[in-house]
Write a protein that binds this ligand. Structure first.
Ligand code: KG4
Ligand code: ZN
Length: 333
């Protein structure tokens, strides 16, 4: 089975083709970073307009890179939510039109699920595993027991980790997306220089909180010490405070759930320090750590096509009433 995947939940317009036998045949991402950069964050209305401008060319390129078209595409998978509703509707309407015109089935993919299972694009993974999903909109831990069984264990009580990176970069007058800039600057800084606070959430909980850290950074930047501090040291210390909490909580949760396999996913899992610390702790503790390559951590349609192929192979399709949704459908338990 060969599936065309389309993703437009936030600020990347993406399309990819995944084949049951041949694996990933194409993976095209059209980024809107240049459009949102000057605002220091994604502007939803602009994001929808950019998706409209680039979706046709992005899908055409993904199909031509995969030497595919109407005759050999068996189904269309599209991100249905959660995400920015206007952005989602562009991809969804495009996918529905294509499905109707080509007479091919459609499947609406959940964005969080596509991140959680993206690791299968490059690795043979055994269930169960703990997935740490860290992105601009989400910071959650899941116990993933199978292809249709991801249980939400906990998540952020306020800001997502990526949101904390992006807001911090904005406060420091750096570019967008903040995580990428802070990651780059942090490589040249001293991560122990400023001991930014780590939220004290009970070890028995899989929840996170980053709003206190954001406030601490704001206060520090306004202080005399902050005004004369090196930007690299601030970036490294701030990044360390986030990574420290993410890694500690993920490993505690893996032990508590007695699942000794940890998969990182979502844009923030492209972070160099998060990758380094989780890998070294994994080796030291006997917990297997799997990291998708950076391009498959951030938003892409390869993960959408993969999950679509999986579901459609099981004869699971969405009907014509498929619609976009803004909020996460996962609840704890
Ligand atoms: O998964 P993603 O591409 O989109 C969402 O679903 O949100 O994640 C985007 C987030 C942004 O907040 C961005 O700052 C963050 O991922 N990010 C990073 C890095 N690369 C992207 N954060 C830290 N370090 C990075 N290298
Ligand atoms: Zn995402």
């Amino acid at each position: 089975m060969r599936v065309l995947g389309i993703e437009s939940s936030c600020d990347e317009t993406a399309a990819a083709v995944y084949d049951s036998g041949g694996g990933l045949l194409s993976n095209v991402v059209s980024s809107q970073v240049a459009v949102h950069e000057i605002y220091g964050g994604v502007v939803p209305e602009l994001a929808s307009r950019e998706h409209i401008k680039s979706i046709t060319l992005t899908v055409e390129k993904a199909l031509s890179d995969a030497s595919s078209g109407r005759d050999n595409i068996d189904g269309i998978a599209v991100t249905a939510g959660p995400g920015l509703i206007g952005s989602l509707l562009v991809g969804l309407s495009f996918a529905k039109s294509l499905s109707f015109a080509w007479g091919k089935p459609i499947y609406g993919v959940d964005h969080l699920e596509s991140h959680i299972y993206a690791v299968f694009l490059e690795n043979k993974v055994e269930f169960p595993y703990i997935a740490l999903l860290v992105s601009g909109g989400h910071t959650s831990l899941f116990n993933v027991q199978g292809w249709n069984d991801a249980r939400l264990l906990g998540g952020t009580l306020d800001d997502a980790a990526g949101e904390a990176f992006d807001k911090a970069a904005k406060m420091m007058g750096l570019g967008y997306p903040g995580g990428v800039v802070i990651d780059r600057l942090a490589a040249k800084g001293d991560r122990q220089r400023y001991p930014f606070p780590r939220a004290r959430i009970a070890a028995s909980s899989a929840d996170f909180s980053f709003s206190g850290l954001k406030t601490a950074l704001r206060t520090f930047l306004a202080s005399d010490e902050g005004k004369s501090a090196s930007i690299e040291d601030i970036a490294a210390s701030f990044q360390e405070a986030i990574v420290d909490v993410l890694v500690k909580k993920a490993f505690e949760t893996a032990r508590r759930e007695n699942v000794l396999r940890l998969v990182l996913s979502g844009g923030v899992s492209a972070n160099s320090r998060l990758r380094e610390l989780s890998s070294s702790l994994g080796e030291a503790s006997g917990i297997e750590v799997l990291l998708p390559s950076k391009a498959l951590c951030t938003d892409n349609a390869a993960m959408v096509a993969l999950l679509g192929e999986r579901r459609m192979s099981e004869k699971i399709f969405s009907g014509p009433k498929l619609n976009a949704y803004a909020a996460s459908r996962f609840s704890r338990g």
